[in-house]
Design a binder for this molecule. Structure first.
Ligand code: SF4
Length: 398
C-alpha cells in the first residue's frame, strides 16, 4: 500500500503546477451502458452501445502499468458482460490494483454469484468489493428500480454472494443505497433492514446526483439538502456509536469528514476541498472516451484514437483545459468516488484525521486498552479508497 504515497505527492505537485505528472490512482471503468434495471434515477440504459472488447481493455491496462491502485468496474450493469472476469484478470495482471470495486443490481440471481466467484479468482491479491444496490425494501425497491421481482432476486443474489465469503478472504460484500426523492422518506426503513437483517460488511449510501453520464440532468431526482442532511446526521451518529479501533478508527474519521463535505457542498454549492478529478481520478466510458469524472462526462480524448495509450489521452489539450476548469472551481459535487481521492491528497484533511486518530488512540492507551485487531470490513465504509489510505496511514503512524 505504501506504493501509493509517491503517487499522492505527485498528484499534489500536478495540481500546483497545472500539468499531469502522474496517471490516475483511482480509475472507474464503465464496461457497458447496457442494463436490465429501469431505475427512476438513471437513463444510462438508453445510451447507444459501442463497448470496448477484452483486447482493447488489455492494451489500455498495459499502458496504465501500476498507476491505478483502485479500480471500479461499473455500468450499466457490469455483470451483464460475460467477460467481466477476463477484464478483471487483465487489470490485475497489468496493474496489480489494491482494490477492485464492482456494483451490481443483483437481478441475474442465477448467474451473478458464479461470475463474481470467477472475478475473485482472477484477482487473488486485490481486495474485491461487491456492492449490491438496494433502494427500498420489498416492492418499494422494485418500484424505484423499475423491475418487478427485483427485490426477491437481489436477495437471492445476496445469499449466493454471502456464501462465497467463507472461501475468499479478499471479498467484501456491501449494500449500496442511492438516496433520491423517490426513497428518502424510506431511508430509516432501508437502514434498519440492512443493519439488522442483511448485516453486510459495509453499508454505503450516496445522494442521487444529476449526471451527464446517466442522462439525468434536470430530472429533479436529488432530494432537498435539509432532508438529506438529516439522513447524513443519522449515518454520522451510527459512526460515532461504533467503538472501532486501529485501522477502522481511521476509516471512521474519513467517513465523518466525507459526510461533512457532502453537507457543506449541498449548502455552499462549491468545492469544499480541491477536486482532484483529472489528476488522481478518472473514468473510461464503454467506447473508450476518457472523462475526468462521470458528473461532467466530458471526453478529453478517445483511447481508440490514441492507440490505447492512456497517458497520451491524459496529456491532451482538452484534458488540460478541464483540469484548469476544475481547479478554477467551475464545478462542484458530492461524488463519493472523487471525494475520497480528494481527501487523500488534501493535507489539512489528512492532518486532522491523523490528529483525531492519534488523540483517541492515546486516550485509549492511557486507559489501558491499547486496541485490538481492526475489523475494517465490518464497517459501513463508503468506498475503498479510504481503506487504502487508512492502511497506509496506520503503517506510517506505527
Ligand atoms: S467537483 Fe465533481 S463535477 Fe467537478 S470535476 Fe470534481 S467530481 Fe467532477
Amino acid at each position: 500500500m505504501l506504493e501509493v504515497l509517491p503517487n499522492i505527492a505527485k498528484s499534489q505537485a500536478s495540481y500546483i503546477l497545472n500539468k499531469p505528472l502522474v496517471l490516475p490512482m483511482n480509475l472507474t471503468i464503465s464496461v457497458s451502458y447496457r442494463c436490465n434495471s429501469r431505475c427512476k434515477t438513471c437513463n444510462v440504459w438508453q445510451r447507444p452501445n459501442d463497448d470496448f472488447t477484452i483486447e482493447e481493455y488489455e492494451k489500455t491496462f498495459a499502458s496504465l502499468g501500476q498507476a491505478p491502485y483502485w479500480f471500479t468496474f461499473s455500468g450499466g450493469e457490469p455483470t451483464l458482460r460475460k467477460d467481466l472476469p477476463d477484464m478483471v484478470e487483465s487489470a490485475y495482471r497489468n496493474c496489480r490494483p489494491g482494490i477492485i470495486n464492482i456494483p451490481t443490481n443483483g437481478i441475474q440471481d442465477k448467474i451473478i454469484p458464479g461470475r463474481i466467484e470467477k472475478v475473485l479468482q482472477a484477482a487473488p491479491g486485490s481486495d474485491v468489493i461487491i456492492n449490491l444496490s438496494l433502494d427500498g425494501v420489498g416492492t418499494k425497491h422494485d418500484e424505484v428500480r423499475g423491475v418487478k421481482g427485483n427485490f426477491e432476486r437481489a436477495m437471492r443474489t445476496y445469499a449466493g454472494l454471502k456464501a462465497l465469503k467463507s472461501r475468499y478472504k479478499n471479498f467484501t460484500l456491501g449494500i449500496h443505497t442511492v438516496v433520491s426523492n423517490f426513497n428518502i422518506d424510506e431511508f430509516d426503513n432501508i437502514r434498519k433492514f440492512v443493519l439488522e437483517e442483511l448485516k453486510p460488511d459495509q453499508f454505503i449510501s450516496e445522494i442521487a446526483e444529476e449526471r451527464v453520464e446517466l442522462d439525468t440532468v434536470g430530472m429533479g431526482i436529488t432530494p432537498p439538502q435539509e432532508k438529506y442532511s438529516a439522513v447524513i446526521e443519522r449515518l454520522q451518529e451510527d459512526i460515532r456509536n461504533e467503538n472501532s479501533q486501529g485501522v477502522a478508527r481511521i476509516t471512521q474519521a474519513f467517513r465523518q469528514r466525507y459526510y461533512d463535505i457532502v453537507k457543506r457542498t449541498l449548502v455552499e454549492k462549491r468545492q469544499i476541498i480541491p477536486c482532484m478529478a483529472g489528476i488522481s481520478s478518472a473514468q473510461i466510458a464503454p467506447n473508450g472516451d476518457v472523462w475526468t469524472c462521470c458528473i461532467r462526462a466530458e471526453s478529453v480524448g478517445n483511447l481508440r484514437e490514441h492507440n490505447y495509450d492512456f497517458g497520451s489521452v491524459w496529456r491532451t489539450a482538452k484534458a488540460n483545459e478541464l483540469r484548469r476548469s476544475i481547479k478554477a472551481g467551475e464545478c462542484y459535487c458530492p461524488l463519493a468516488n472523487a471525494s475520497y481521492t480528494n481527501m487523500l491528497t488534501h493535507v489539512p484533511t489528512m492532518s486532522s484525521v491523523a490528529l483525531e486518530v492519534g488523540q483517541k488512540t492515546l486516550m485509549e492507551a492511557l486507559k489501558g486498552n491499547n486496541g485490538k485487531s481492526s475489523k475494517l470490513r465490518n464497517l459501513p465504509v463508503i468506498n475503498a479508497a479510504q481503506e487504502a489510505q487508512a492502511s497506509s496511514a496506520e503503517k506510517v503512524r506505527v
